[in-house]
Ligand binder design. Structure first.
Ligand code: SPD
Length: 303
């Protein structure tokens, strides 16, 4: 974490403010800064630096290798969209795998789906789960659900070793540097395809349309190579670069689902109600797939 000290405004001339500056390699010359009140936890695990900071305006924040993973303020906009969009798009998912996602937010959202019988989390760094349980209890809220099993292993190897096993695979990864780099490679997408059952859906954290066009295009090319249906969708997260982040949505098989079919019907027939969500609803679900005009060239990869 780079800590920047700078004087407050006129009326706080004697008070020093503590700012966290994100150090995101793929954000070029832009840096997000948040005012921090104190450090709640800091360690270097076998894989990465893990910090939990109390911010002034975004609640608690999980930071891995100086990159913001999630904050209590806006985490729902990310976790609800990575989880519910594929979960409602599938006709009846019974098994789900989350790769990464050690803070537990994606697992928490999946647990709201009564039809899911098994939810596996494969997180390489056990300490992310342990630290999140201790310091981010509202996010790491569902690890005690009996359907959830945690495996502290390499997610890429896990997908390779579990063919035809899952209806949903959600890749809730950090960025393509450090431990998550392998999750942005072609072999991983091929292995995820093999690890899905027919009709299964892979949704992966896929960065920002303004800033990471090359990364996104590469992921969509992998999608085109292996998957029968392909979409890209976005959500809004103020504490990610540019305030937005996208996901690939790839589905397997000749009858692979599209994300819109029977959406309202599935929602009405589920046990879920409007009060179970803060961001997802059928309207945000559908709107998330609208590509801005400047990105319309990506449509050539979608089907
Ligand atoms: N630039 C950071 C992107 C991080 C996406 N994953 C965050 C994990 C939240 N569960």
């Amino acid at each position: 974490m780079k800590v920047v000290y700078r004087p407050g405004g006129m009326r706080q001339a004697l008070q020093m403010e503590l700012w966290f500056t994100e150090n995101l390699e793929i954000a070029a010359d832009m840096r997000l800064q948040l005012r921090v009140e104190r450090t709640l936890h800091s360690e270097t695990s076998e894989y990465q630096k893990i910090d939990v900071l109390q911010t002034a305006s975004c609640g608690r924040m999980l930071v891995l290798d100086d990159v913001i993973m999630t904050t209590e303020f806006d985490e729902f906009a990310y976790h609800e969209m990575i989880a519910h969009v594929p979960a409602f798009a599938h006709a009846g998912p019974r098994t789900a795998l989350v790769i990464g996602g050690g803070d537990g937010g994606t697992v928490r959202e999946l647990c709201k789906h009564a039809n899911l019988e098994e939810i596996h989390l494969c997180e390489i760094d056990r300490r992310v789960v342990e630290v999140s349980k201790e310091h981010l209890p509202s996010i790491a809220a569902s690890f005690d659900d009996p359907r959830v099993k945690c495996f502290y292993e390499d997610g890429a190897a896990w997908a390779k070793d579990h063919p035809e096993s899952y209806d949903l695979i959600l890749v809730d990864s950090s960025d393509p540097v450090g431990p998550a780099a392998v999750l942005f490679g072609e072999p991983f997408y091929e292995d995820c395809y093999a690890s899905l059952r027919d009709g299964g859906i892979l949704a992966t954290q896929a960065e920002n349309l303004f800033m990471h066009r090359e990364i996104i295009e590469r992921l969509l090319q992998y999608g085109e190579k292996f998957f029968q249906r392909r979409f890209y969708y976005n959500t809004r997260v103020p504490t990610y670069p540019g305030g937005m982040i996208g996901f690939t949505f790839f589905a397997k098989g000749q009858n692979a689902p599209d994300p819109f079919i029977n959406l309202e019907k599935r929602y009405q027939e589920s046990e879920l109600k409007a009060q179970d969500f803060r961001f997802w609803n059928p309207a945000t679900h559908k709107a998330a797939f609208a590509l801005p005009a400047f990105a319309s060239e990506l449509e050539k990869y979608l089907a």
